[in-house]
Design a protein around this ligand. Structure first.
Ligand code: DGJ
Length: 506
């Protein structure tokens, strides 16, 4: 790769706390969608998936590429389907994020090629009960790690050859929802030996180096076991030893696969997580997956992974976004529940600075009209969203359990009162507010009233100078009516709409 191509390649630009995805030299936010698991195995099937994504207004498609499809026999690679996916995306004006379904797909190895699945001696399985093989290869298998890494490197090498000049592919997800189901840790023979052995030196070094800023759950477990940097897993990590062990082993495996791929073609790479449901124990959700409380282990084990990403199907959307934003980790949502996506997208982009928002099952059966309206509405506003991400001057509005959302912005106290009750069917209240400066604001969304007060009751009362309705086209405000008299309020009804307004204190 020459230096010109390297700087033009899709990459993450880190500037203080602000992390941007740079595509063709420009920052981008991806209004995306993830296709169903089996769609991208057939180019014929994908024809309607591309059309659907274009109709909805996606700019990026997240599509699986499976190990079984690219390496049907060991060492024989077949990239015909991948090349067809690139051609299909280009024809439809879409970019891609590839999802590498290698050793893990939802904690199982169902996408490994038959020559891998069948060879249990060379690629041993995880065991939760001693002697009972699972449908997942053990993360301790050195042979599996190397074979997966070779296949992934071949994929990335091919991608470099066919896409380096075009940048159809913007990023790659390495594996899918890794970890172990059915128990907190693997108990196959390899895993048993490793669990009773001393923790790796690289991990000891990380613990010592980050002893002041470890993630709280890990810090508590580690310090309650005496803050030891050496010892077996139970000795060093006490109560959370099983999950910590799995996170380190799975992270090391995924990190090795990603590093082999990056050596060929260094696109941004991430790992996605199956999240923990309320009160669940490790093993009910995949133990060792890239969850926030084991992020130090993942970071130390997999430096080639650029960030960890949540698949959000649980209701506490805002909290989950917050949990996946720590210094150095941008929010990127590869999977979001599709039914509520027309609402959650506002918080993702405007409230949590997401680089990508992708509802899962974009090419399936669902009522996609609301998502299409929302993506069209947001498309014109994306330059504004990009400008204000990371500045602290933009807030996302999303009704969860509460009747209103209050916050300070642009020198005022703002309250969004949602129109529906949280239990009512249909989309919740949603939107965004931007402080444009000097008493000027933008509010956009639906199903809410916005009101403003002074930050302190002592300083006066808020008066509107102007409210304009309008729309954004390519980031340019196209004004409509001036709202005054009976319309002098910020009421956003059931249709998405935008208002720019200015206020002062009298
Ligand atoms: C999460 C997985 O990552 C996806 O591949 C898919 O299986 C969805 N769950 C289905 O809801």
């Amino acid at each position: 790769m020459d230096s010109h191509n390297v700087s033009r390649m899709p990459h993450l630009h880190r500037e203080g706390d602000r992390i941007r995805l740079i595509v063709d030299g420009e920052p981008r936010v991806l209004l995306a969608g993830e296709v169903h698991n089996s769609s991208s195995s057939s180019l014929t099937y994908m024809e309607r998936s591309w059309d659907r994504m274009v109709e909805i207004g996606c700019d990026t498609a997240l599509v699986p590429v499976s190990w079984e499809q690219i390496e049907p026999e060991e060492g024989r690679f077949d990239f015909v389907v991948l090349d067809g996916l690139l051609a299909g995306a280009r024809e439809h004006g879409l970019r891609l994020v590839l999802l590498w379904f290698g050793t893990w797909k939802n904690a199982s190895s169902s996408y490994a090629p038959a020559w891998v699945k069948r060879n249990l001696a060379r690629f041993p399985r995880a065991q939760v009960e001693p002697g009972v093989n699972k449908d997942a290869i053990t993360c301790l298998s050195r042979d599996a790690r190397e074979a997966d890494a070779r296949a992934f490197a071949a994929l990335m090498g091919h991608l470099r050859a066919v896409d380096e000049g075009t940048h159809t592919v913007l990023a790659v997800q390495v594996e899918n929802e890794t970890g172990l189901l059915g128990g907190a840790r693997d108990r196959c023979a390899l895993a048993e030996a490793a669990y009773r052995a001393p923790v790796d030196l690289a991990l000891s070094a990380h613990l010592l180096q980050h002893r002041e800023d470890l993630v709280p759950e890990l810090m508590t477990a580690w310090t309650s076991s005496g803050a030891r940097a050496e010892g077996t897993w139970p000795e060093v990590f006490g109560e959370i030893a099983a999950e910590a062990f799995m996170a380190w082993q799975v992270g090391s495996f995924v990190g090795a696969v990603a590093a082999a791929g990056k050596a060929e073609y260094a696109l941004p790479m991430y790992a996605n997580a199956w999240l923990r449901g309320p009160g669940q124990a490790p093993g009910v959700y995949p133990s060792g997956g890239p969850l926030p409380w084991v992020r130090d282990l993942w970071q130390a084990a997999a430096p080639s992974i650029d960030f960890l990403a949540p698949d959000i199907y649980l209701p506490a959307f805002r909290d989950i976004c917050a949990e996946y934003r720590w210094p150095g980790n941008p929010l990127f949502i590869p999977e979001a529940a599709i039914a509520v996506a027309p609402a959650t997208v506002f918080h993702a982009l405007a409230g949590a600075d997401a680089l990508c928002f992708a509802p899962f099952g974009i090419d399936g059966e669902f009522d996609w009209g609301p998502l299409q309206e929302t993506y069209r509405f947001l498309r014109g506003m994306l330059p504004v969203i990009l400008e204000y991400q990371g500045t602290g001057r933009m807030v996302g509005l999303l009704q969860e359990r509460e009747a209103f959302q209050s916050f300070e912005l642009g020198g005022y106290r703002l309250t969004a009162r949602f129109h529906r009750s949280p239990e009512a069917p249909g989309l919740p209240g949603r939107g965004l507010v931007v402080a444009l400066g000097e008493g000027n604001f933008l509010v956009a969304g639906a199903d809410l009233d916005l009101s403003l007060e002074p930050r302190s009751a002592a300083v006066g009362q808020v008066e509107f100078l102007r409210i304009e309705e309008g729309t954004y086209e390519d980031g340019r405000w196209v004004p409509g009516r001036w709202l005054n008299g009976d319309e002098l309020h910020l009421r956003l009804g059931p249709e998405l709409c935008a208002r720019r307004f200015s206020v002062f204190l009298r």
